[in-house]
Design a protein around this ligand. Structure first.
Ligand SMILES: [Fe+2]
Ligand SMILES: [Fe+2]
Length: 260
């Protein structure tokens, strides 16, 4: 089967691009299942139920998240009613929501999705993602060999290390968070597909989805700025992973599409 995985969706422009492009991409690549990182869909920071519904209407099956998952205050109360939305699994177990789930693809196969957060260069109170994977992956393997991990992390080295650590254990380890796609997509020897960062669905004329000048000014002067989201000129970054019935990845291909 084939799985479409879409990087961090930024703001209204990103949501609209996903709605417009995802159904066509699914048909074009023959994908049975679609996962998208939605941590930036609500005004560029966080998520809410209405914005998530727009993605599900656009044929996204499961939404993952990351360090911005709780940026919208009401979302802590909403997540429990959203079984197809995941918070990082290595956040404290006392948080609302869940970090992994098993879902059914269009072709009837069970796909497990696990969301993990990195700790290097990130100010987060998360458990070691390696330890969390070591605990959770065997549980998921009892249900299905098709396991996809969104590893939401800053450091390339941490992402590669987790991918290599899990090679042969899961179908794919796909990075998010930096909003910039990397050209290192490959299938590791054990059969795990990997890409350090899948990229974002956000404006081409931006700094990771935000207007250029305030970000440049912040770096130059170290003074507070309002970082507005750029909602036009949107580019979608993602990848398509091919997986066999035993959960082994057979290929990974980068996807880049501009909203016409
Ligand atoms: Fe993000
Ligand atoms: Fe992030």
């Amino acid at each position: 089967m084939k799985i479409l995985f879409i990087g961090d969706i930024v703001g209204k422009g990103g949501r609209e691009a996903v709605r417009a492009l995802t159904p066509g991409l699914r048909r074009e690549y023959g994908c049975d299942f679609c996962i998208a990182n939605a941590e930036n869909i609500a005004g560029g920071s966080g998520m809410n139920k209405n914005c998530l519904q727009a993605l599900f209407d656009g044929e996204v099956d499961v939404c993952t998240s990351g360090d911005h998952v709780w940026d919208q205050k009401q979302f802590a109360a909403e997540i429990e009613s959203l079984p197809n939305v995941l918070r990082p699994a290595n956040y404290p177990g006392t948080q609302p929501g869940k970090g992994y789930g098993v879902y059914t693809s269009e072709s009837g196969q069970q796909v497990a999705v696990l969301c993990l957060l990195g700790r290097t260069f990130m100010a987060v109170g998360a458990e070691c993602p390696f330890a969390a994977a070591e605990r959770i992956v065997p549980e998921l393997k009892k249900i299905t060999p098709l396991i996809v991990i969104d590893f939401h992390a800053e450091a390339s080295s941490e992402k590669i290390a987790l991918g290599r650590f899990l090679d042969g254990q899961v179908s794919a380890v796909l990075g998010t968070h930096t909003h910039v796609p990397t050209a290192d997509q490959q299938v590791f020897p054990g059969g795990t597909a990997f890409q350090c960062d899948v990229g974002m669905v956000g404006a081409r004329e931006s700094v990771i989805g935000r207007a250029l000048q305030p970000v440049i000014a912040r770096f130059r002067h170290s003074m507070p700025q309002r970082f507005s989201v750029v909602e036009k000129g949107i580019r979608l970054h993602g990848c398509v992973v091919s997986v066999d019935d035993k959960g082994r990845a057979r290929g990974i291909e980068r996807v880049l599409r501009d909203l016409p």
